[in-house]
Design a protein around this ligand. Structure first.
Ligand code: FAD
Length: 452
């Protein structure tokens, strides 16, 4: 019987296992997971911390029991500690320390990523958290809901996607929050001018912002608990610290096995998610580098949307069908309180670094028709290549629902090779409760035209 071994039971691994088992019911699919849960929405963790999602189990898309009912042999509390590509086997270790060798015909690696934890003195204190796993986040939720001694002040180190989502979570909980970042503006995946707009909104909403400061130390009290974060410019007292400094591919065992990785440490695969030069090893999700269609190179872009799609593609291929993952263009969306923000394609700096001569236009508009109640405000920035007019990127910040998700219009335009002129004339929907007459992405594209 053909035996498929899957490492990791979340977005990538579990998607792949499900696809394979659905198509090859007679194959043995064994999924090793070092934790105790499967198919969980890490993306929802900040909203659980915020209290918007009331219960942990609401974040679980498919339990181990549900996977088993579909014929997948789920082994919880079982870590894969070694891969031997020559012997086509992995070494697994259970929680009681027992090790065994498990053979495979095809191996699927979906080990995800690990939070970056630089060696900041004091950062190992029990009230210094990362938001990455359900059990780890449970500890954080427990601290926040502890009667009598719940924290009143939190510091978030890092103003990327997870950092600003955690700032919102603390605001929702009524906890004073300071966000520290060594960059001079939040969200370095946006242009600095858009980051400045976000910083202003965060400050207006009551988030204390300490940008352009490097964290030196977490100051501990006599009990060994964090009581302040020290930077090269200040001291920020708190009872809770969240480190949100990004993630790196969790590929230690793959590297030890000699599998190919890129500069980020992410596994290198072909478009079918097959690990390069290894016909029986496949990988998907946060542990791989992904082809960027504009940069024409692979990058590490750890997002659930890619992990799920890549897991599906991988599963179809292992099951004997043919599918390819088409690559990415860097589309992402988030919010901090009333600031809704999104991006796609290249920033001005990325475009210049990639050798594009790019022009940019930025417009401020209402989100819906200006004469409607609560029309909102949004800033839309669009980039295109000088000469050809080919769209290269865009960013949006708006203050009501309906603003940031418009990035998908821009993403599809870039995806299909639209020029600014194409987008300006495209047939988009309009009615006053939804949009100004000219959709803001079209207004921005039109503003670009004379500069191309
Ligand atoms: C707080 C937060 C918010 C996020 N928000 C968004 C969002 O809004 N939108 C978005 O697109 N993405 C978001 N993401 C990213 C998204 O959650 C990840 O991209 C996605 O979970 C990756 O799936 P994965 O299966 O590749 O890896 P993971 O989800 O990390 O799963 C890997 C699994 O493998 C297991 N494992 C690892 N090593 C081993 C081993 N050696 N043996 C056995 N098991 C192992 C792990 O325990 C884990 O269960 C967010 C992530 C976080 C943490």
């Amino acid at each position: 019987m053909t035996r498929i071994v899957v490492i990791g039971a979340d977005a990538a691994g579990a998607s792949a296992a499900s696809q394979i088992k659905r198509r090859r019911t007679d194959w043995e699919v064994v999924m090793f997971e070092r934790g105790q849960i499967t198919s969980y929405a890490a993306c929802g963790l900040p909203y659980w911390v915020a209290g918007q999602v009331p219960r942990q189990d609401m974040l679980i898309a498919r339990t181990p029991r549900q996977h088993r009912a579909r014929g997948i042999d789920v082994r919880l509390g079982t870590e894969v500690v070694g891969i031997d590509p020559r012997a086509s086997s992995v070494t697994v270790r259970t929680q009681d320390g027992q090790e065994s060798i498990e053979g495979y015909d095809q191996l699927v690696i979906g080990t995800g990523a690990l939070p970056v934890r630089p060696p900041i003195p004091g950062s190992q204190a029990p009230n210094v958290a990362t938001v990455h796993t359900v059990p780890g986040t449970q500890d954080l939720v427990d601290q926040l809901t502890r009667s009598g001694s719940a924290p009143r002040r939190a510091v978030v180190v890092g103003a990327g996607f997870i950092g600003i989502e955690m700032a919102e979570a603390f605001l929702d909980r009524g906890i004073a929050v300071t966000v520290i970042d060594q960059a001079t503006h939040p969200m370095v995946s946006f242009d600095p001018d858009m980051g400045a707009v976000l910083a202003e909104s965060m400050a207006d909403q009551g988030v204390a912002c300490a940008f352009g400061q490097a964290v030196r130390e977490v100051e501990l009290d006599e009990a060994g608990l964090a009581q302040a974060v020290l930077t090269d410019a200040g001291r920020y007292p708190c009872e809770l610290v969240v480190l949100a400094l990004g993630v790196r591919p969790n590929t230690g065992i793959a590297i030890e096995a000699g599998l190919p990785v890129g500069d980020s440490g992410g596994l290198l695969t072909d478009r079918r998610q097959q690990v390069r030069d290894h016909e029986d090893i496949w990988a998907a999700g946060d542990c791989v580098e992904t082809y960027h269609r504009l940069l024409r190179t692979t990058v590490h872009m750890p997002l659930g949307t890619h992990a799920n799609k890549q897991g599906r593609v991988l599963g179809l291929n292992v099951a004997g069908e043919y599918a390819t993952f088409p690559g990415i263009i860097g589309t992402a969306i988030t919010k901090v309180g009333t600031a809704h923000l999104s991006r796609t394609g290249l920033t001005e700096a990325q475009a210049a670094q990639a050798g594009f001569d790019a022009v940019a236009a930025k417009v401020q508009t209402s989100v819906i028709a200006g004469y409607m109640p609560n029309p909102g405000r949004m800033i839309t920035k669009v980039l295109a290549e000088r000469g050809t007019g080919r769209l290269l990127g865009g960013q949006i910040i708006g203050d009501r629902v309906g603003a940031a998700k418009r990035i998908d219009t821009l993403a599809m335009a870039i995806w299909t090779g639209f020029t600014a002129e194409d987008l300006t004339g495209a047939d988009l929907s309009y009615a006053p409760p939804f949009s100004p007459t000219w959709d803001p992405v079209q207004t921005a594209a039109r503003r670009l035209l004379p500069t191309i």
